[in-house]
Design a protein around this ligand. Structure first.
Ligand SMILES: NC(=O)c1ccc[n+]([C@@H]2O[C@H](COP(=O)([O-])OP(=O)(O)OC[C@H]3O[C@@H](n4cnc5c(N)ncnc54)[C@H](O)[C@@H]3O)[C@@H](O)[C@H]2O)c1
Length: 321
């Protein structure tokens, strides 16, 4: 297929671009490099530097078979301070993309949704049918985009899949020995921050809140290896024939508390990782653990790297000095 990847210079988009190329697809990346890195884009992909809002109409020609839409701002904490920045980039950007897809007659879209939209869930593990309670503007902007896809499928025959990622971690090993991994700046995710401590780039790790209703009081999250996440995108593309919007949760169904994660990082790196407790952050749910039964059943998704130690090991192999 001829595919457009928005946000393909970012962490997950660059990994998926590599997997798409390996599978024989023809890939063009559109990225404004606002948070991404051009050197992360595999050389076999065509690269266009531009912002979705302004560039998409020129880039998306009718000969494309589909789009994978990763471009977004992702820092939930910052979104609480600057909701308008997140609504413009994540919600309005998706509307611009849908306009351009309609104009070009491109009908397949895989969208990066997020587990964050569930907020504090009624049931754990969380199925796709769970009530959504987006706890911050990042989550509301992503949920708005999800709803826009539903409308486009009903009104204009879009074939869309939203993949709701839980916490993504790890790096992709390439055949040539190189790796593609996570390089956010500033980094807001627990495991890469802990690894930065291990690498001597930070003195200590802050954990936000130890008074949650969880066994050790810290947040519980479900981690998924970026390579397994990437595979789900290829499987989703293979199932998009007719109009409709399907949603799949992607995680491993196992929750790790922040303290347990730090213990795994200590084991993998051999570094003590000093921890400082800090107050809760607004909009941080206590527990997010996925049920991915639907993805396994309907997409045939079979994650291969389910051990947290393996995910941390790969992230460390990418990041270590
Ligand atoms: N990282 C996670 O754990 C996680 C979890 C759930 C969902 N997601 C979703 O996955 C997607 C990718 O996340 P990531 O961790 O790779 O983030 P990232 O910041 O590494 O990548 C985003 C990329 O999009 C680009 N971009 C942003 N806005 C753009 C715009 N308007 N036009 C063109 N390019 C633009 C950035 O330059 C960057 O390269 C996001 O949509 C995010 O909401 C990520």
């Amino acid at each position: 297929m001829r595919l457009l990847v928005t946000g393909g210079a970012g962490y997950i988009g660059s990994v998926v671009t590599a997997l798409l190329l390996d599978a024989g697809h023809d890939v063009t990346v559109l990225d404004d490099l606002s948070t991404g890195h051009q050197e992360a884009v595999p050389p076999a992909a065509a690269f266009v530097r531009g912002r979705v809002h302004e560039a998409i109409g020129d880039v998306l020609t009718p000969d494309f078979d589909g789009v994978l839409h990763f471009a977004a701002f992702i820092a939930a904490g910052e979104s609480v301070q600057k909701p308008e920045k997140y609504w413009d980039n994540n919600a309005v950007g998706t509307l611009k993309l849908l306009d351009a897809m309609r104009a070009a007659g491109v009908r397949r879209l895989v969208f990066s949704s997020t587990a964050n939209i569930y907020g504090d869930p009624d049931e754990v593990p969380i199925p796709e049918t769970a009530t959504v309670r987006p706890p911050n503007p990042y989550a509301t902007s992503k949920l708005a985009a999800d709803h826009a896809l539903t409308g486009e499928a009903i009104g204009h025959g879009l074939s869309a899949v939203s993949l709701r990622y839980f916490n993504v971690v790890g790096a992709l090993h390439r055949e040539d020995g190189s790796m593609i991994g996570e390089r956010h700046d500033p980094e807001t995710h627990l495991i890469p921050i802990a690894l930065q401590v291990a690498a001597g780039r930070r003195e200590k790790l802050q954990l936000f809140g130890d008074d949650y209703d969880t066994p050790d009081g810290t947040n519980i999250r479900d981690y998924i290896h970026v390579a397994d996440l990437g595979t789900a995108h290829l499987l989703a593309l293979g199932t998009m024939d007719g109009p409709g919007h399907r949603i799949y949760n992607l995680g491993n169904g196992t929750g790790f508390s922040n303290r347990q994660v730090v213990d795994v990082v200590r084991e993998v790196t051999g570094h003590p990782i000093p921890v400082e407790m800090a107050p809760r952050r607004p909009g941080d749910p206590a527990q997010l653990v996925a049920s991915s039964d639907k993805a396994k059943r309907e997409l045939g998704w079979r994650p291969q790297h389910v051990e947290l130690a393996t995910m941390v090991h790969d992230a460390w192999a990418f990041l270590r000095p």
